[in-house]
Design a protein around this ligand. Structure first.
Ligand code: CP
Length: 308
């Protein structure tokens, strides 16, 4: 079934063009100012936002919920939909989506299977937002990553950006790299153990978009990067848990490595092994600000999907 393109779903980072992104980033600045001055316009009064999560989440679910509440909407939600919903009895994602959107005006959904949020969108006459579909994509995270980079460095082009340490399974790395291909002269380095290299189809997509990239297995060039985008190894995506244990400590960003460098560190979080706690106090650590920016970005994205 085809997706109704007159509805403003957010399903993949690849759907945005540069103009969309610039508009969303500008709207996000307005949202941040309104939140900080305590004068948020209640543009979603009388709307209901459904936050339906089939996988655990701290930041995405709570920041979408807070964003909806700030804008005056009401929330219906499931934080453990895999157990609490009738999918547990065998109901399909499509029927589940039909039901949820007969009660709500917009649905934010996370699901462990790649492509499942798009399946929900195929039957939806109201907006569906992908809050992470398996190892595939996490487009709203990528927009908040972009906002954080622009806020700190004042630009989104001419970036030397490294991504570690599990580009094979990381949906956040994939979505952010896609967005950054819209900007000029960005250089991507994927830092990982050989077994966790980006999937060939993703690299082909980057090539088609004209991106310059390389894949390496060391942190020797730390000082050269403007941004290091760290991400935990995605334990839940490993078929063999022994493989996860084998690679989980191959790379750690230490205080010694970071101190005195200009390299800014982003991490979508949760942080597990990939960044030493001692790094948090350094000015390079942007990851907690990044998570807070998720609130403002998701306010802007809810308005975008509601056509406002
Ligand atoms: N960054 C992110 O998606 O975090 P959560 O899994 O806590 O939502």
């Amino acid at each position: 079934m085809a997706i109704n393109t007159s509805v403003k779903h957010i399903l993949t980072a690849g759907q945005f063009n540069k103009e969309d992104l610039e508009n969303i980033l500008q709207r996000t600045e307005v949202m941040e100012k309104e939140c900080k001055s305590g004068e948020v316009k209640k543009l979603l009064t009388n709307k209901i936002v459904a936050c339906i999560f089939f996988e655990p989440s701290t930041r995405t679910r709570l920041s979408f919920s807070a964003a909806a509440l700030k804008l005056g909407a009401q929330i219906i939600s499931a934080e453990n939909a895999a157990l609490d919903f009738s999918v547990h009895k065998g109901e399909s994602i499509e029927d589940t989506a039909r039901m949820i959107l007969s009660y709500a005006d917009l649905m934010v959904m996370r699901h462990p299977r790649a492509g499942s949020v798009s399946l929900a969108a195929e039957v939806a006459k109201k907006p569906v937002i992908n809050a992470g579909d398996g190892g595939n994509e996490h487009p709203t995270q990528a927009v908040l990553d972009l906002y954080t980079i622009k806020k700190r460095l004042g630009r989104l082009d001419d970036l030397n950006i490294a991504f570690g340490f599990d580009p094979k399974h990381s949906r956040t790395i994939r979505s952010l790299a896609l967005l950054l291909t819209h900007y000029k002269n960005n250089r991507f380095t994927f830092v990982c153990s050989e077994a966790l290299a980006p999937l060939p189809e993703f690299l082909k997509d980057l090539e088609k978009r004209g991106a310059r990239f390389e894949v390496i297995s060391n942190l020797d060039r730390w000082q050269d990067y403007d941004i290091f985008y760290a991400n935990r190894l995605q334990e839940e995506r490993f078929k063999d848990k022994n493989e996860f244990e084998k690679y989980r400590r191959d790379f750690v960003i230490t205080r010694k490595l970071v101190e005195g460098s200009k390299t800014m560190i982003l991490d979508p979080l949760p942080r597990i092994d990939e960044i030493e706690l001692g790094v948090d106090a350094l000015p390079n650590a942007l990851y907690f600000d990044q998570a807070q920016n998720g609130l403002y970005v998701r306010m802007a994205l809810l308005l975008y999907s509601m056509g406002m």
